[in-house]
Design a protein around this ligand. Structure first.
Ligand SMILES: [Zn+2]
Ligand SMILES: [Zn+2]
Length: 256
């Protein structure tokens, strides 16, 4: 829309002053609507303030009601632990996930990781906040990247999500409290024990967490090895409880 043409259409008639102010008001409302209305991530239709339109919403798969109390893998009965957590109890106490890691959420997470999904962060912050329902925590800690990886990427998607969640939930964000000293390679092909030793000692807590229930934020939880190591680090520095909150949980079974 051409602003000059739009405004000049009221002419110089003083009787049209009110109408002009209405038109200016409408113009700003129109601009704001255009700025805030998004295209659906999946089909490209108008999606309002959400990342996906109403027609595509059912494609977002959420976790079932009955999940492992520790790691959020589906289990037959509510409140029970999955076989893997029974076999080796993780350091974290609970896990919540907004979605299951399947399309189109997988595509969203990859977009975030590659710096193309910044438009999703506000919406995901709301989804993460909804996944927190009924939970009382003391602070948010995003899973840190190693300084070199952060420099390569220019941003940490977990930081961005945590910043947004802190704003919506009002929870304190402790972004500088944990340092990642070791740049871990990808876990592809590693079995459970190898994953655990690959992440052993990669984090360092530079602040104290005595008595705190810490919410650890990450984009995806797969084997849980990294989150487990972070929970171990936090508990060494006094955290009494650690809950993971992730955008998406993979349902691929962990190999021990
Ligand atoms: Zn759609
Ligand atoms: Zn489990």
């Amino acid at each position: 829309m051409n602003t000059a043409l739009f405004l000049s259409s009221a002419g110089n008639d003083p009787g049209k002053a009110e109408s002009l102010s209405n038109r200016i008001g409408n113009f700003f409302r129109w601009t704001i609507t255009m700025l805030w209305t998004r295209e659906c991530f999946v089909c490209g239709e108008v999606a309002g303030n959400a990342a996906v339109c109403l027609a595509c919403e059912p494609m977002l798969v959420r976790l079932p009601g009955q999940v492992c109390a520790r790691c959020a893998l589906p289990v037959p009965l509510e409140g029970m632990l999955c076989g893997q957590c029974l076999h080796r109890l993780p350091y974290f106490d609970a896990t919540r996930a907004a979605f299951i890691y399947t399309q189109p959420v997988r595509e969203m997470v990859l977009a975030l990781k590659h710096g193309k999904g910044f438009g999703l962060i506000d919406w995901l912050g709301g989804e993460l906040n909804a996944a927190l329902a009924g939970l009382t925590v003391d602070c948010i800690v995003p899973v840190p990247l190693h300084a070199r990886r952060l420099a390569e990427r220019g941003f940490n998607q977990s930081n961005e999500l945590a910043r947004r969640l802190a704003r919506v939930s009002g929870l304190p964000l402790r972004r500088q409290a944990i340092i990642r000293d070791v740049n871990t390679p990808k876990f592809v092909g590693l079995r459970g024990k190898q994953r655990r030793s690959a992440v052993r000692g990669v984090f360092r807590a530079v602040e104290d967490f005595t008595g705190q229930h810490v919410l650890v934020l990450d984009d995806v939880m797969t084997s849980g090895a990294t989150l487990n190591e972070l929970a171990r680090t936090l508990k060494q520095r006094g955290a009494v409880r650690v809950t993971n909150l992730v955008v998406a949980r993979t349902l691929r079974l962990r190999r021990q």
